[in-house]
Write a protein of this length. Sequence first.
Length: 133
Amino acid sequence: MKINEIFYSIQGESSFAGWPCAFIRLTGCDLRCTYCDTQYAYYEGTEMDIPEILRAINAFPTRLALITGGEPMLQESIHALIGKLLEKDYTVLLETEARPPWRESICASIRSWISSARPAEWKAGTITATFGI
């Protein structure tokens, strides 16, 4: 996967605002939104495999991980990354534009990863997806 940056900070948005969070910013976006504040993520990045990503965020004192971009769904291994994070008991936040067919793909994966957790509850091994631009 091409990673733009990985860092530890406080989540500033969503129902998880104020929580410590591991941010995983993926490289690449085919949109050019006029309000984009991460244009540097369009192209810049370093190839990392999923074990490297997990090692990088394991150093952070949190079990909350946000995957953002760019557009995360452009990365071929996005589903595998989310699955591994959930296996490691992370609560996963996904920021995506989620246009079809991605929306259906995400929803199908969520159904297979977790069956009973509500997206907004704070519990290890859950996922919240933010759709839209």
